[in-house]
Design a protein around this ligand. Structure first.
Ligand code: ATP
Ligand code: MG
Length: 577
């Protein structure tokens, strides 16, 4: 492609609207253009990256026997009512009416449509397993669209759905997809982790998220330094603490703590460490009853764990009024002594003695509080957020390391949730009717592109991994007015293309410095630089974008040299861990 004929206006200034590096670089390199909040045009340069990622996804899924189809983006409300999600999904679902007044939505995901498709075609167990996928634009009316393609409202997703005869077969499909995902992200040249994630309160289902590791990630991932255990913060289990033999249990005593509400303030005021406090959080359940959850002062409640333990969809922190009515005191001074509601306590609280707690009275705390002696816990459990550096729950040697991650994909076992509610059944070997066992699998294509930039950049711009770079080579002609240089550059352009390489040829009539800056900003893996001075010695220059290495090579040797460099880079990138 000749740059003089391409649609590519780079920006020198960092656009003010963009907070993250990937968003800034995508705008500066003319990859995307915004038309409304969270809604973008993929400009030619950006769309090439999308196509490359899609190509890798297609190859790896086709290899697993997945079959591509394309479902409609517009979906009728009826199927969402059948699955009971029409009311459940909330404001992210963009709903509208057609001219006859019938309800429709823009698909945020396609479980309903695919289940409808398959129930019409599926008759016998002989047709299973089946794994169908599409690459298509989804719409989710996100409350805070941001970071460009990272969290858009309209975004391209690959979604796949597996149908199997039973749990065992479904599990096999799940792991096949898990491994396909790992291959896809390796081939994209990304450093990532597959992490265990929360699957909600649906029994028997489980799920992994694939996270690209990057400091700007919105998610927190904990990974054992010794074994394979890796989970996102919502899911990460805490090791049960070792039993501590208590010394003397002192006399419980009420102390004035004027205006001291937070753990740190109370601890400082009473000259104890935060871990000597028991934090009492009051929550309101769906039926408006209140419960208390106790954790050690230096720990945080994990609401997802509490919710799953209770088998609930929702759990809310109690407001001031609910706290007053449950404890008899104001917020900031809650405590378990004398409390008449259900009390859940984290395992770590079981090992505490002579602790400090709120006294359910303004400006008052108890000291020397002892579990069981001074208050009764209804149930102990793992109810807190795991923290970096604490010991791994799965092995004896490791400790948690904490990473920031960007969720680029997720694999999920659905069981028969949709096949039961939407009646997607088949006849088994004995002629008995059974619901298909399903799985669903998503990859955010645009988010993967953005995550790749977050992980691959330097102060001059993007450094594309070879397999997803928009072009392989940037050819820079430094003296567009010079016939000999033009001829040599054109020869190189043809020569490189003959090798099957994608070449962006900078034949614009602009200063060399300008071209160098753009080449680094756009970040193609290899730059080939042809100018008057080099040609006098019969040489052109090859530069590797990632490490800045430059070599002078005679023009006829350049295609082979570029090929070798690209292969070397590819190998390194696919091995990244
Ligand atoms: P998130 O927690 O980030 O909102 P999600 O878990 O709701 O995402 P899934 O339903 O698992 O998303 O969708 C599959 C994939 O689609 C995600 O792993 C992510 O890569 C991508 N994705 C989801 N929401 C968006 C979005 N608003 N913009 C871009 N990509 C998205
Ligand atoms: Mg997800």
């Amino acid at each position: 492609m000749r740059m003089s004929r391409y649609l590519l206006n780079t920006l020198k200034e960092v656009p003010r609207e963009a907070e993250t590096l990937s968003h800034q670089l995508m705008l500066r390199a003319c990859m995307i253009k915004k038309i409304a909040a969270g809604i973008y045009t993929y400009m030619p340069m950006g769309y090439r990256v999308i196509r490359k990622i899609e190509g890798i996804i297609r190859e790896e899924l086709d290899r697993e026997g997945c079959i591509e189809l394309l479902m409609p983006a517009v979906q009728p409300a009826e199927i969402w009512k059948e699955s009971k999600r029409w009311d459940f999904y909330g404001k992210e679902l963009l709903r509208f009416k057609d001219r006859k007044g019938a309800d429709f939505c823009m698909g945020p995901t396609h479980e309903e449509v695919i289940t409808d498709v398959v129930r019409r075609e599926l008759k016998s167990y002989k047709q299973l397993p089946l794994n169908l996928y599409q690459i298509q634009s989804k719409f989710r009316d996100e409350i805070r669209p941001r970071y460009g393609l990272m969290r858009g409202r309209e975004f391209i997703m690959k979604d796949a759905y597996s149908f199997d005869v039973n749990d065992e077969a479904s599990e096999k499909s799940y792991w096949a997809m898990y491994h396909a995902y790992a291959r896809i992200f390796h081939r994209c040249g990304l450093k990532f982790r597959a992490v265990e994630a929360d699957s909600g309160a649906i029994g028997g289902s489980y799920t992994h998220e694939f996270h690209v590791l990057a400091d700007t990630g919105e998610d927190t991932v904990l990974s054992c330094s010794h074994c394979d255990y890796t989970a996102n913060i919502e899911k990460a289990e805490c090791r049960k603490p070792d039993h501590i033999e208590h010394g003397d249990l002192h006399q419980i005593e009420k102390k004035e703590t004027p205006g001291k509400k937070s753990v740190d303030d109370v601890a400082e005021f009473l000259a104890v460490k935060p871990e000597a406090l028991i934090k009492t959080m009051i929550f309101t359940l769906e039926d408006d009853t209140a419960i208390a959850v106790l954790v050690r002062g230096d720990h945080e409640v994990n609401e997802v764990k509490v919710r799953n333990y209770l088998g609930l969809n929702a759990l809310e922190l109690a407001d001031e009024e609910a706290i007053q009515s449950a404890t008899g005191g104001p917020s900031g001074f809650s405590g378990p002594v004398g409390l008449k509601i259900r009390i859940l306590a984290d395992f770590a609280v079981q090992e505490m003695s002579n602790a400090v707690t709120g006294a359910n009275e303004k400006d008052m705390h108890w000291v020397n509080v002892n579990p069981e002696r001074d208050f009764k816990v209804s149930e102990y459990g793992d109810f807190r957020l795991a923290q970096a550096k604490e010991r791994c729950p799965r092995c004896e040697e490791g400790r948690y390391q904490q990473f920031k991650g960007i969720e680029v994909g997720q694999v999920f076992r659905l069981g028969t949730k949709y096949s039961e509610s939407m009646n997607c059944k088949f006849l088994d070997e004995n002629g008995k009717e059974k619901p298909a066992v399903m799985g669903c699998y998503g990859i955010g294509v645009g988010r993967t592109a953005a995550a790749a930039i977050e992980q691959n950049n330097d102060e001059n711009g993007i450094v594309w991994p070879v397999n997803i770079a928009p072009f392989d080579v940037m050819l820079l002609n430094l003296d567009i007015q010079d016939d000999a240089v033009n001829e040599a550059a054109l020869d190189l352009y043809e020569g490189l293309r003959k090798e099957g390489l994608d070449v962006l040829y900078d034949d614009r009539d602009v200063r060399a410095g300008f071209k160098f800056k753009d080449a680094d900003l756009i970040g193609l893996p290899i730059q080939v630089i042809v100018g008057k001075r080099g040609l006098k010695e019969g040489l052109a220059e090859v530069k590797v974008r990632r490490n800045g290495e430059r070599v002078k090579v005679s023009p006829q040797d350049i295609p082979a040299k570029v090929e070798a460099l690209l292969n070397g880079l590819k190998e390194q990138e696919e091995q990244r861990r």
